[in-house]
Ligand binder design. Structure first.
Ligand SMILES: [Zn+2]
Length: 275
């Protein structure tokens, strides 16, 4: 049996899994000593009860299959990472929205991503693909995962500079920058600006997704941001929450910001030498 503390990538390699269609969460959990049940749950999205080296994971049968799948991976993450702690009952908000803090819930989310959207399989399939809703949809289908989990992966492991921002009740809750070429000084708006695609989606509650090219100053309060355009893709995650993907198809803005920051840094160091 696979031992507690084993990393997701290692679990897959021990089980000889190399293709997305073989990512069978029930079989993987079973190899870790956990049985997955699907039953109606109220008050939480999924839970796990462990005893000795066996565990029962229950996921909410009223949820859509991709969510049940991710929740199973999340609970398995608690089992593999946090074994020895008492039972976990996890809320939908913890499974779907906690990505950037550091606690057992984010660790379990990361475990589920690494297990069910493993970088070794994801990166070659995402390579060179535009950061758009279409790509998210295609990859979500290949891995049988939610758009949210897939979009996070695409921003972190895709080929191009992008950001992913989560808004709920009109406020920015968290955001991610791709590690590629996005200056750390670049922060997206706290609230979607009125001319953004996101704002129009928050007004039109019936739209599930929307995309378009927008001026960068709709998103970033920077000098001359109006000169550049970015691709904005939004999809709904709840009645009052959306995810926004921003993609610099044309990277000129990022290049210009970097050059400007370098110029400023060198001016500062010249200035210091005078004293
Ligand atoms: Zn949890």
């Amino acid at each position: 049996m696979i031992e507690a503390g084993t990393a997701p990538e290692q679990i897959l390699s021990l089980l000889g899994i190399t293709e997305p269609e073989d990512l069978d969460i029930e079989a993987i959990a079973y190899a870790c000593g956990a049985t997955i049940l699907s039953q109606p749950l109220t008050g939480c999205e999924a839970n796990i009860i462990g005893y000795g080296d066996k565990a029962i994971i229950t996921v909410n049968s009223n949820s859509i299959p991709t969510r049940q799948r991710f929740s199973s991976g999340h609970e398995l993450g608690h089992w593999v990472k946090d074994r020895g702690q008492s039972a976990f009952g996890c809320l939908d908000s913890q499974i779907n929205s906690e990505w950037t803090a550091s606690n057992p819930e984010t660790r379990a989310n990361r475990f589920a991503s690494d297990l069910l959207l493993p970088a070794g399989m994801f990166v070659p399939r995402a390579k060179g693909r535009p950061i758009t809703l279409e790509t998210v949809g295609d990859l979500a289908a290949v891995f049988r995962m939610s758009q949210t989990a897939t979009a996070i992966r695409l921003v972190n492991h895709g080929s191009f500079p992008a950001m992913l921002i989560y808004y709920a009740q009109g406020q920015r809750k968290w955001f991610l920058r791709s590690s590629k070429d996005i200056p750390s000084s670049l922060f997206p708006a706290d609230r979607p600006e009125s001319h953004s695609v996101a704002a129009s989606m928050l007004t039109n509650k019936s739209a599930d997704s929307k995309s378009g090219d927008v001026r960068a100053d709709r998103w970033f309060d920077r000098d001359r941001a109006w000169k550049y355009y970015i691709r904005e893709s939004c999809f709904r995650t709840g009645p009052d929450s959306i995810l926004v993907l921003l993609w610099w198809e044309d990277e000129q803005q990022l290049i210009d910001i970097e050059e400007e920051e370098e110029r400023r840094a060198s001016r500062r160091s010249d200035h210091r030498e005078e004293y």
